[in-house]
Design a protein around this ligand. Sequence first.
Ligand code: BDP
Length: 697
Amino acid sequence: MMKKRLLTIGVCLGALGFATAPAFANDGYDLWLAPASSPATDIRVVGQSQTLDRAAGELRRDLAAAPLPVVLGKSDDPAIAALRLPTRALGEEGYLVRAAMLDGRKTLIVTGKTDRAVLYGAFALIRAQKTGADLAAIDLQSAPKIGLRVLNHWDNLDGSVERGYAGQSLWDWWTLPDFKDPRYTDYARANAALGINGIVLNNVNAKPESLTAPYIAKAKALAEVFRPWGIKVYLSARFSAPIEVGHLKSADPLDPDVQAWWKAKSDEIYREIPDFGGFLVKANSEGQPGPRDYHRSHAEGANMLAAAVAPHNGIVMWRAFVYAETDPEDRAKQAYTEFKPLDGKFADNVLVQVKNGAIDFQPREPFHPLFGAMPKTPMMLELQITKEYLGFATHLAYLGTMFEEVLEADTRAKGKGSTVAKVVDGSLYRHKLSGIAGVANVGRDRDWSGSTFNQANWYAFGRLAWDPTLSADRIAREWAQQTFGNDPRVVDTAVKMMLASREAVVDYTGPLGLAHLMGTGHHYGPGPWISDLARPEWNPVYYHKADRNGIGFDRTKTGSNAVAQYAPAVAKMLADPRTTPESELLWFHHLPWDWKMKSGRTLWQEMVARYDRGVSTVAQMQAEWQEVKSLVDAERWQKTASYLQIQHNEAKWWRDASLAYWMSVNGLPLPAGAAAPEHDLAWYKAQDFPLAPGHPH
Ligand code: BDP
């Protein structure tokens, strides 16, 4: 439960007529599930299940006194079926919430085909009320467009979280399965409220121990907590586990002993966790083992695991995030080159999981060319909610706009309107399986995600997973209403800040399509000068290719020709710098510093203007947040204000360090009016952060 402290001083001042801060400190624990101060009481369940009980419990806690009694139940319950509500199109998970006459009384009915659907309906009703809907006139109907809505935890068995900036892992592996921390339940509630229905418990850089009996027992304990909330657990599987855990000589997917080992292992897991979801696999990427070690394809590797879980209706999520340290090809091309020829070769219960862009979760990347390019393969979209490259937990960067950008991107694979969203929801190529994954930003921090505004990214992922056509703007608004209450001054300000925030990060870290300019290993802060790492594609200089004459990665015919991996209409647009969106210009083109931009400025002048815009947007956010000081509880207001100050300092650092470096390369002066960097380049290069968080050891 949320820790509430009465600030008596505020009350006293209030009595004297001074403007006061709201009377309660709020530590953010409740997320979007703040309990109602006088909750509704007339809530009745028809039918019986743990999930229906949970749904009723949520309404009794979070729904404020309602004008009508509420009845919850499955659509085939005789009491509800008699009402003949239009529930047929709702599928397994869709809900309907509307008023009907039941036993002679006007009653709000919350229903759906399964008890999970009813649970989602209950949360939808609460959300509607908190965002200002009139319950007497309510009529909600919604079914998820994407089947598998999954969070990927990059949590390690020792309690650390790879790229985690919100404290230690939520899972206390050491005390599981005996102790089931109540936080596990609160975590499940928060996810169920969004419709998230799967959790991968462990890091994609997986330890083989997660597949041993003691750890299966721990996963089982979590599965038992999550089950009533409609959430299945999945595990990341280490491909070489048959060797490390099974003591076999090989992990070759075509070796019958290896296949038998995975079958027996899957049977063992399903004996303990009958609704186990399946495996997530990172293979032959960044040092992880995989089928290529045995000269087998990714499809052969995935299909072996798929065969092991198929008898139990399990699935395999096989990641396409592969790039070989030995391959001299443009890193942005490698996943497509490897996977495209495998289209049609994967088993029915395999999804290929593809990051939004072809490199690695940068603040902006063009959509991954694999989307739309593998019509016979269900393609899962992987988004990163934790902000590895967008300022960790401290920077305010609302990712709803970034997620929306990739979902709306038009692959043109089957003509206009072939959006990434339609590839991912399975509608473009009519796949039964569909899925979306988000790398979680959750840890043991009291506010779960390291800051109040980071919670919005978890929220936005969940809402877009349910319906990828929702707008980032609408999601920001409804999140702010549930998080801060309905005062339009606070909501409008929060939304305004959120909508500007991601572009600001792009501006101050790498505008106009620049990417991968960060410090080594921990990925904290600027390092565009880094050029001495063993492999070319580890170095920022590989990505920007700046020299005296120009900057940018030529991915056209005269360069790596990565543009040819896109559908012809997109490839044609990207082949010419004049038709390439300026936001992606230097991703695809190497251009002279005096290239004329649409604004009339030279490329160099435009870059400087963007860096400056990024820093000033953060200053603007600080000013806006200041305006609502008296309207937001002191605890969340102050933490946000302090973090904005950190962000401002770091935005300025990114700008200054980057400009100092670019000037050392291009020899150009700063445009008139632009401030000189605070320090010289040597100073920026000398900064060292061996203890930055989230760094895998
Ligand atoms: C990169 C992270 C690394 C992950 C990798 C992945 O830096 O820690 O293991 O992605 O997605 O962004 O596998």
